[in-house]
Design a protein around this ligand. Structure first.
Ligand code: HEM
Length: 158
């Protein structure tokens, strides 16, 4: 039992830290960096976003892998499978997978096109792609806040 508790402690710590990095990073990008960078000329602004997101997205991939590994380690290693978890874990899994699919679309469609357009200094095209990225990040930020509220409070729902 002590070993199981140790695994749960490590898994839950990594799980929560991954959520902090992903959701906190989206919060910073949308609510802090975006308004601060809005007054820059298109060239410097879109180049800045290309560098910022190019550094953030590898962390999002790492967070997703860790959320999945630690989430299922908790479900199967600690709760004895999905029969032993509360509604909050089912909701967390469902909304979490939706967030992951949205991120994969963002990365392989608008982000790829945005990166290529910035390399060609095509500011009109890169601005359009950044708009799509912004829309998906806004949706994922809202979903992420909901998942964190569900995941952290769910065990007390009764
Ligand atoms: C996609 C598959 C996921 C699975 C299978 C999963 C599973 C779990 C489990 C089993 C717990 C422990 C629940 C309890 O102790 O009652 C948990 C907690 C938590 N999860 Fe997830 N999770 C997933 C995705 C996510 C995502 C995407 C986020 C946020 C972006 C997230 C954030 C959290 C948070 C904040 C907690 C609470 C930590 C605490 O306060 O102790 N999870 N998760």
């Amino acid at each position: 039992m002590a070993g199981t508790n140790a695994i749960a402690t490590v898994a839950l710590t990594l799980h929560t830290l991954s959520a902090v990095v992903w959701v906190g990073g989206m919060f910073f990008a949308r609510l802090v960096l975006a308004p601060a960078a809005a007054s820059l000329e298109p060239g410097p602004r879109l180049t800045l976003w290309s560098r910022v997101l190019g550094r953030f997205f590898p962390w999002v991939f790492a967070a997703i892998i860790l959320l999945l590994l630690t989430g299922y380690a908790l479900v199967f290693g600690f709760f004895g499978g999905f029969g032993g978890v509360g509604l909050h874990v089912h909701l967390m899994q469902g909304i979490g997978i939706l967030m992951m699919l949205l991120f994969l679309h963002l990365y392989f469609a608008p982000w790829r096109r945005f990166h290529a357009a910035v390399a060609q200094q095509d500011w009109a095209a890169s601005g359009r792609q950044l708009g799509q990225i912004r829309t998906i990040v806004t949706i994922n930020l809202a979903l992420g806040v909901i998942v964190v509220a569900i995941g952290s409070s769910g065990r007390y729902w009764g």
